[in-house]
Design a protein around this ligand. Structure first.
Ligand SMILES: [Zn+2]
Length: 93
């Protein structure tokens, strides 16, 4: 069982990361951004790896990148305001 929205959010996360100035890429912040965004999106579960691929394609048509991007941009803001990795919102890598 798999929530295919996770795949779409992860891909969009990696795309948006390039466009968000100062976004922290540490594991804690990445997880927090993913969790925050996923909790705001309708989950879409499939049973098999084949279903995962098909449902992923369908999801892009039905839900579109826009909803996912909006949820992720909110998530970047929230996580940057209160990062779990420490006091600073950004960290040099
Ligand atoms: Zn971080």
């Amino acid at each position: 069982m798999k929530n295919v929205v996770e795949n779409l959010v992860l891909r969009e996360y990696e795309r948006l990361l390039q466009t968000v100035p100062g976004a922290c890429t540490c594991a804690l912040c990445k997880e927090d951004v993913m969790v925050y965004a996923l909790n705001r999106l309708q989950p879409h579960y499939v049973a098999t790896p084949a279903g995962e691929v098909i449902a992923g394609v369908e999801m892009e048509k039905v839900q579109g990148q826009a909803d996912i991007a909006v949820a992720l941009m909110d998530a970047f803001r929230v996580v940057a305001a209160a990062p779990r990795h420490g006091k600073r919102a950004t960290k040099a890598r």
